[in-house]
Write a protein that binds this ligand. Structure first.
Ligand code: UFG
Length: 328
């Protein structure tokens, strides 16, 4: 049997793909999830321990039972818009929950921690390619909560020797090409799945949130990364820690920016269908442009984001969209 890795949020979109990648790499992914936004059916690659990060006693039980060699921490609330209207939820769940998890890991003697952070910690720095040394000025409570957890990890490194790899994700998209797991949020807020729903009539037209941004076509620009490439980086990050390398921050993006209109055009080409859309107002909390300077993950971790072309991400998402779904 391989070594146990505790995967919080392992029943969610990115966490479930991480479980598959861990299993493929010879680890045993132990999913810890409260199933508020995750899906039991997505737990396919290792044991499941249901629980909530705010329940410290449950966390202690799980550390005692499974003795994980590392934690991969995905569980979080992640809707930018909701974080603006209900910030307390984000600070309590994301920050207090992560603090519980970090303290439980330290008390259990588990010293390797891989953390899912976000480019939303950088905030709106127009026309700048964001690398790991860029200043962090989040403009929404979601990003602020993730930045706070990064700070907590640095403090526990000093106090308790908890070593960490922090990954700051850009826009994650796509699905497992084998169709075992995929993206299924309830409610859905992300551009690509909403667009695929509009394409096959599962919902009304897509609304473009803002066409008056200072970008070439007026719509927001994002850097999209394939979920399978993203979780491969996490396995590399885990090995990095197991090789006793120093705690490190890595951006995960490709360095290429695509506007909302670019994504619409690619979706039309991939699916061979029309994309029904209309043009609406800006969404609160959205940054104009988020593009990664991500050479560090490539040069230091040996990361190869081979599936992260817009074409492949949309094609994989489309295949999942048509065949795979969890029960509602
Ligand atoms: N968009 C639309 N219409 C929609 C949905 C999205 O035009 O119906 C636009 C957004 O305005 C944005 C782009 O499509 O410009 C991408 O939006 P998503 O909601 O798919 O992703 P975000 O960029 O808002 O959010 C992602 C992650 C967050 C992370 C954030 C960083 O989902 O977890 O990037 O800003 F915090």
């Amino acid at each position: 049997m391989g070594q146990n890795v505790l995967v919080t949020g392992g029943a969610g979109y990115i966490g479930s793909h991480a479980c598959k990648a861990l299993k493929t790499a010879g680890f045993v992914p132990v999913t810890f999830d409260n199933l508020v936004t995750g899906w039991k059916e997505a737990v396919k690659f290792g044991p499941f321990a249901q629980g909530d990060l705010l329940d410290r006693a449950r966390l202690d039980e799980v550390f005692t039972e499974f003795q994980p060699v590392a934690v991969m921490h995905f569980a979080a609330l992640s809707q930018v818009g909701e974080s603006m209207s209900e910030p307390g939820k984000y600070w309590r769940n994301n920050v207090c929950g992560s603090l519980n998890l970090i303290e439980a890991a330290v008390d259990a003697g588990c010293k390797n921690f891989v953390f899912s952070s976000t480019c939303a910690t950088y905030g709106d720095q127009d026309n700048v390619v964001l690398d790991e040394n860029s200043a962090q000025f989040p403009i929404n409570a979601y990003g602020a909560s993730k930045r706070a957890i990064e700070d907590i990890l640095r403090d526990f490194q000093v106090s308790n020797g908890l070593r960490h790899v922090i990954f700051r994700y850009f826009n994650v998209a796509g699905a497992d090409p084998d169709g075992e797991v995929g993206e299924f949020h309830q409610p859905e807020t992300h551009l690509i799945p909403l667009m695929l729903d509009a394409i096959d009539g599962k919902r009304d037209a897509l609304t473009i949130f803002g066409t008056d941004y200072e970008t070439p076509d007026g719509t927001c620009i994002r850097d999209y990364v394939h979920v399978c490439d993203l979780v491969d980086a996490h396995v590399l990050g885990l090995k990095w820690l197991q090789d006793d390398k120093d705690s490190r921050v890595f951006n995960l993006g490709t360095g290429s920016g695509f506007s909302v209109r670019d994504v619409i055009d690619h979706s039309r080409n991939v699916t061979n269908r029309e994309v029904p859309f209309n043009e609406g107002a800006r969404r609160a909390g959205d940054c104009t442009k988020l593009v990664s300077g991500s050479s560090r993950a490539v040069s230091e971790l040996g990361w190869n984001p081979a599936r992260s072309t817009l074409q492949t991400m949309i094609a994989d998402a489309w295949r999942w969209h048509q065949t795979g779904h969890y029960s509602e």
